[in-house]
Write a protein that binds this ligand. Structure first.
Ligand SMILES: NC(=O)c1ccc[n+]([C@@H]2O[C@H](COP(=O)([O-])OP(=O)(O)OC[C@H]3O[C@@H](n4cnc5c(N)ncnc54)[C@H](O)[C@@H]3O)[C@@H](O)[C@H]2O)c1
Length: 267
C-alpha cells in the first residue's frame, strides 16, 4: 500500500514502537489517528509530531468494546475516511511461571493482547472493506512462536494474534484488504514499566538483557516497509529471524536454549 494520503489508525501510539510508527507514517504523508489509554503518552506523541501534523489522538482502552466500536465514526468524522489499522498496543505479564500467576493477571494480558486486537479488527474491518484498498497489520511477537518461560500467557496471546492475523489474511484474500503479521524480537522500549510490572532491577528485561535489542526507529521503518510491500509477514531484528528458523527446525533445542537464558530471571 502506498502510504502517502492514506488514513491510518495506530493503537498504542502513546509510546514505544507505535509512537515511532505514528511519527514515521506522518513523515511519509499519511494522516494518523493514534489510539492509547495513556493520555499523557498521546500528548507527548502529538508534541513530537509538531504543530500542523495530520494527527488526531484518541484516549481509550482497547478492551472497552463499546468505545472501540464507536472509534471508526470518530476517525471518519475527523479525517473523512479510514484506510489502515495497525494494532501495536500490547502488554507483557509479570515474569513468573503460570503456577504463580494469578487469574486476574492472566485475564488482563489476554484481554488487552487478544480481545483488544479482535475489538479493533471487528470495529474497522467493515470500513476497510469499503475502501479501494485497505490494510490490517497486527503486532504479534517472537514470543508467539518461541516459548519464553515467565511469559507463557503472553506468548499464548501472541500465538493467538499470529493465527488471528493469518486467518484474516486467508479470509480477505479475494478482497481489497491486505493483511500483515509482524513479529518483533527484543525492541528497546519501556514495555515492562508500561505494563505495570514492578520488577526488581536485576529482573528488568532491559538491564539484564544479554541480547542486542532493536531500536524503535528500525522497528517502525521495518513495519512501514512491510506495509509498502503488502508482506504476508515480517520479522523485526535478527533475534526474531533466528528464533523463527530455530523453533521450526529444532523446536526442543530452541526451547532448551531459551530456558537456559531465562532461568536466572525466574528464580
Ligand atoms: N518491546 C519488545 O521487546 C517487544 C517484543 C515483541 C513484541 N512486542 C509487542 O509490540 C507491541 C508494542 O510494544 P512496545 O514495546 O512498543 O510497548 P510500549 O509499552 O512502549 O507501548 C505500548 C503502548 O500500548 C498502550 N496500551 C497498553 N495497553 C493498552 C490498552 N488496553 N488500550 C490502549 N492502549 C494500550 C500503552 O499505554 C503504550 O503506550 C506490543 O504488542 C508488544 O507485545 C514488543
Amino acid at each position: 500500500m502506498d502510504i502517502a494520503g492514506k488514513v491510518f489508525v495506530v493503537t498504542g501510539g502513546g509510546n514505544g514502537i507505535a509512537r515511532e510508527l505514528v511519527l514515521q507514517l506522518l513523515a511519509k504523508g499519511a494522516t494518523v489517528a493514534a489510539v492509547d489509554l495513556n493520555a499523557d503518552g498521546l500528548k507527548e506523541t502529538a508534541k513530537l509530531a509538531g504543530k500542523g501534523a495530520k494527527l488526531s489522538t484518541h484516549t481509550l482502552n482497547i478492551t472497552d468494546r463499546a468505545k472501540v466500536m464507536a472509534l471508526p465514526k470518530a476517525v471518519i468524522t475527523k479525517h473523512g475516511q479510514v484506510d489502515a489499522l495497525v494494532n501495536v498496543a500490547g502488554i507483557i505479564q509479570p515474569f513468573v511461571r503460570v503456577n504463580d500467576l494469578e487469574f486476574d493477571a492472566i485475564e488482563r494480558v489476554i484481554n488487552v493482547n487478544l480481545y483488544g486486537t479482535i475489538n479493533t479488527v471487528k470495529a474497522f474491518l467493515p470500513e476497510l472493506l469499503k475502501r479501494p484498498e485497505g490494510y490490517i497489520a497486527n503486532v504479534s511477537s517472537m514470543g508467539g512462536y518461541a516459548p519464553v518461560p515467565g511469559q507463557t500467557i503472553y506468548g499464548a496471546t501472541k500465538a493467538a494474534v499470529k493465527l488471528l492475523t493469518e486467518g484474516l489474511h486467508s479470509e480477505l484474500m479475494d478482497t481489497n484488504v491486505h493483511v500483515t503479521a509482524i513479529y518483533p524480537g527484543a525492541i528497546e522500549t519501556n514495555i515492562a514499566q508500561n505494563s505495570g510490572m514492578a520488577m526488581p532491577a536485576d529482573m528488568d528485561v532491559h538491564e539484564g538483557n544479554k541480547f542486542k535489542m532493536t531500536s524503535v526507529n528500525v522497528a517502525a521503518s521495518t513495519i512501514i516497509g512491510a506495509i509498502e510491500k503488502n508482506s504476508y509477514k515480517v520479522f523485526i531484528g535478527s533475534d526474531a529471524k533466528t528464533m523463527d528458523k530455530l523453533t521450526r527446525l529444532m523446536p526442543e533445542k530452541a526451547a532448551a536454549l531459551i530456558y537456559k537464558q531465562m532461568k536466572a530471571l525466574l528464580g
